[in-house]
Write a protein that binds this ligand. Structure first.
Ligand code: UD1
Length: 418
């Protein structure tokens, strides 16, 4: 297994280019199941989660070619299988995103239940309720969920919570259903907007993405398209936080500024100077940082996927900060490890209270989930001495060559085998 060794206390300076958003690529790859024509998806980062999604889709019969330029050419004309087995689904919950498209295209899908997960229970009841409203029959047993329905029909669906995955599954299923579907209390994340854009370029009729009411007028079939994936706002936010925590000056390039607002506004509130220049954002520290109170919320609220990185930042910010996690249960995996590095964090229910300390010190720590691991990297960058982070395969799920990008910014970080 790979590990990172980081020697901290260096201010990061320079520019970093952000790649396509993992959380947009995954549903878009799944959405390509809806058409029997070839599609090209551009701006795809090299990430473990994307490889996993590729394995699931190949298993179903999709042909996937990597054209070597960060683009995938996908072809679902040979779609033959409707079963996503446990050994593939268990490594990545986002595999459930094949359910909507398989149902729409083949009239059936059998997908292993994703099961428990490091950051909480994460059920799929909202997905299933919505698919039922579209006319699907649901059967659960022996660790699998089976959905079937030869003729899906449009419906008015109100989600009990704006689940990102459920909104995506329902948009995909409704794209080929008969008649009009309206999803109320839909998730508004930029990645959903990107999925809708991709589907529209295939010929789908979708309106209202980015708002909490999305309408889809089903069509008979979808065609082909070339789509360039929207930039990864979480990758961008993580590098801005890296600039801030090290007291440096980091520019992220190739971002959509609007998508980063919930993050950049909080950085500004903490005393970070934010400069926007077209599709670039620069974070620098003019003076003392200020503590923050953060509450994670669905977009356009503060993203849960940036919570751990901000917690790392708050560990060395003078004063008392608080972070309340409302999206996931049990998403404070980083706390015990940060405390081992000298942070002062305690948890009260779903709130972490962070008492800023003067310094963190390097330690041996273990990565436990994707964003918690990113927080440990940030802590390692500012800590005195050497930090050793094991199990970094979690980071490779969602950050492309993070050590190379950080080294280009001046960090002392290396990947070692252990
Ligand atoms: C997506 C993102 C993930 C991000 C999350 C919230 C992808 C591949 N992943 O995950 O990085 O952290 O959005 O922004 O895009 N829930 C239910 N029932 C359901 C569905 C969800 O109770 O049927 C709950 C979940 O347990 C969780 C909350 O709703 O507590 C949010 O989940 P959801 O928005 O569905 O997140 P994902 O799509 O899994």
């Amino acid at each position: 297994m790979d590990a990172f060794i980081i020697r901290g206390s260096r201010a990061l300076k320079g520019k970093v280019k952000v790649r396509g958003a993992k959380n947009a690529v995954l549903p878009i790859m799944a959405a390509a199941l809806l058409t029997d024509e070839r599609c090209t998806i551009e701006n795809i980062p090299t990430l473990r989660d994307i490889v996993t999604m590729g394995k699931v889709l190949k298993h179903l019969g999709m042909a996937i070619e990597d054209n070597g330029n960060g683009a995938l050419v996908v072809d679902s004309s040979g779609l033959a299988n409707h079963i996503a087995p446990y050994e593939l689904v268990r490594t990545m919950r986002a595999s459930v995103l094949v359910m909507g498209p398989l149902l729409a295209r083949l009239g059936k899908a059998k997908v292993a239940l994703p099961g428990g997960c490091a950051i909480g229970l994460r059920p799929i009841d909202i997905h299933l309720k919505g698919l039922e409203a579209l006319g699907a029959k649901i059967k659960i047993g022996r660790g699998y969920v089976e959905v079937s329905g030869k003729k899906l029909h449009g419906a008015e669906i109100r989600l009990s919570y704006p689940s990102v995955g459920a909104t995506e599954n329902l948009i995909m299923a409704a794209a080929l259903a008969g008649g009009k579907t309206v999803i109320d209390n839909a998730a508004r994340e930029p990645e959903i907007q990107d999925l809708a854009k991709f589907l529209r370029s295939l010929g789908a009729k979708i309106e209202g993405e980015g708002t909490s009411r999305i309408s889809i007028e089903g069509v008979q079939r979808l065609g082909s398209a070339t789509h360039c994936v929207t930039p990864d706002r979480i990758e961008a936010g993580t590098y801005l936080a890296a600039g801030a925590i090290t007291g440096g000056r980091v520019t992220v390039e190739g971002v959509v500024e609007e998508h980063l607002k919930p993050v950049s506004l909080k950085l500004a509130e903490a005393g970070v100077n934010i400069e926007v220049d077209g599709s670039s954002i620069t974070a620098s520290i003019p003076g003392r940082m200020r503590p923050l109170n953060i509450r994670t919320m669905p977009y356009p609220g503060f993203p849960t996927d940036m919570q751990a990185q901000f917690m790392a930042l708050m560990t060395v910010t003078p004063g008392i900060s608080s972070i309340t996690e409302t999206v996931f249960e049990n998403r404070f995996m980083q706390v015990a490890e940060l405390n081992r590095m000298g942070a002062d964090i305690r948890i009260e229910h779903n709130t972490a209270i962070i008492n800023g300390v003067n310094n963190l010190s390097g330690a041996e720590v273990m990565a436990s989930d994707l964003r918690a691991s990113a927080a440990l990297v940030l802590a390692g960058l500012v800590a005195r001495g050497e930090t050793h982070i094991s199990r970094i395969y979690h980071i490779d799920r969602g950050y492309e060559q993070i050590e190379c990008k950080l080294r280009d910014l001046g960090a002392d970080i290396e990947r070692v085998k252990e």
